[in-house]
Design a protein around this ligand. Structure first.
Ligand code: HEM
Length: 112
């Protein structure tokens, strides 16, 4: 498959994951099931896109990918915390931003 397909899959599903994660902080409790389903699917598709890119671009498994993987793990878990720990919304929103920005920095800086 063309790597562009994986690029589009990776970025589009990350946009959905990020958008719905922030929605979760303000969403009513009854939306939890739907939002957890959407963020779960987006999270898996982002990972499929990421590993698809790794394979297609023959990048191996460098250190910056491990950092991105940890950021993906954290970001994928935050929507759940957004519903369960409403009083700590600010901390989790900041964490989501830090994780997403770190993952983007890793692609362009590739420090290791
Ligand atoms: C928080 C999670 C993540 C964010 C915000 C993120 C963001 C990005 C961005 C902005 C790009 C550049 C897109 C482009 O050039 O078209 C990219 C590329 C890429 N990402 Fe991710 N990513 C994340 C997680 C992951 C994970 C978990 C993997 C691996 C399993 C991964 C593997 C890759 C690869 C291989 C590329 C292509 C690098 C290249 O063009 O040489 N990403 N990512």
């Amino acid at each position: 498959m063309n790597p562009i397909i994986y690029h589009i899959l990776h970025i589009s599903s990350l946009l959905v994951l990020f958008g719905y994660t922030f929605y979760a902080f303000a969403a009513p409790a009854e939306s939890k099931r739907r939002v957890m389903m959407i963020t779960g699917i987006a999270s898996v598709l982002a990972l499929v896109g990421g590993f698809g890119l790794l394979a297609k671009l023959q990048l191996g498994f460098p250190g910056w990918i491990i950092v991105k993987f940890v950021c993906w793990l954290g970001l994928s878990a935050i929507a759940g915390f957004a519903y369960r720990k409403r009083e700590q919304s600010c901390v989790f929103m900041l964490l989501a931003l830090v994780l997403a920005i770190t993952a983007v920095v890793m692609v362009y800086v590739r420090p290791f």
